[in-house]
Ligand binder design. Structure first.
Ligand code: PGA
Length: 246
């Protein structure tokens, strides 16, 4: 019997002003009429933090932090600045890896900082289309996991996000997702974690039309949702499918 928490995580990326985030959270809060079993996390842009949110049923996360706690890093935001405003931190998103040259080593430093401050990291990993075509999925995931989790001994949430499925409308098939999630659990076991205890979310073009089926997959412990999370009713529908799967 699996005993892992399930998550529904909204990643707004660079969308929504502070007042739009407040409206979204107010609406979402009013739609939820029972205490969620799903861990519901909304990650707005950092500029939305500090606003008055209805946060009794919804957790707040951020999309990135700097690995340093303070210092001369123009334009950056440290964990100390978000500390009391958020509980989760998305790390290693493929857009950060691609557009901001984030390496596994840098992600590892960020992860250690997040854990030091007792926030929960959501570590994103996933292969590109080229890596998949070259049969390098296992190698890629193993490298990402072992480097990002170096010197880490607490469990973190993993988001499997194949790069080719993010924002493309092309969701991975159930077979691909199950295979990758099992691969990830085996790699976690190999590098000293208990893979059965770690929640692995799927991300990549999740929407209200595919979420119902994907959440029935045994190894899928929830979703990291980009585009479809921007519409509150759409995000709520996905959350409901996860709630119904308990
Ligand atoms: P998407 O993004 O749902 O728009 O594909 C997912 C993500 O980037 O986390």
């Amino acid at each position: 019997m699996r005993n892992r928490r399930k998550y529904s995580v909204a990643n707004f990326k660079m969308n929504k002003t502070r007042s739009e985030t407040v409206d979204f959270l107010d609406k979402l809060n009013s739609l939820i009429d029972t205490v969620p079993k799903t861990v519901l996390v909304v990650c707005p842009p950092i500029t939305s933090l500090g606003a008055e949110f209805p946060v009794d049923k919804i957790w707040i996360g951020v999309q990135n932090i700097n690995s340093n706690e303070s210092g001369a890093y123009t334009g950056e935001v440290s964990i100390k600045m978000i500390d009391s405003h958020a509980n989760f931190v998305i790390l290693g998103h493929s857009e950060r890896r691609e557009y901001f040259n984030e390496s596994n080593e840098e992600i590892n430093k960020k992860l250690i900082t997040v854990l030091k401050y007792k926030l929960e990291p959501i570590l994103c990993i996933g292969e590109t289309l080229k890596q998949r075509k070259n049969n390098e999925v296992q190698k890629t995931l193993k490298k990402q996991l072992s480097k990002c989790l170096q010197n880490v001994d607490s469990n973190v949430i993993i988001a499997y996000e194949p790069v080719w499925a993010i924002g493309t409308g092309e969701t991975a098939t159930s077979e691909i997702i199950v295979e990758a999630h099992q691969m990830i659990r085996n790699i976690l076991n190999d590098i000293g974690f208990d893979g059965e205890k770690i929640s692995i979310l799927y991300g990549g073009s999740v929407n209200r039309n595919n979420a119902k089926e994907l959440i029935t997959l045994d190894d899928v412990d929830g979703f990291l949702i980009g585009g479809a999370s921007l519409d509150v009713e759409h995000f709520y529908d996905i959350y409901k499918f996860i709630e119904e799967s308990f």
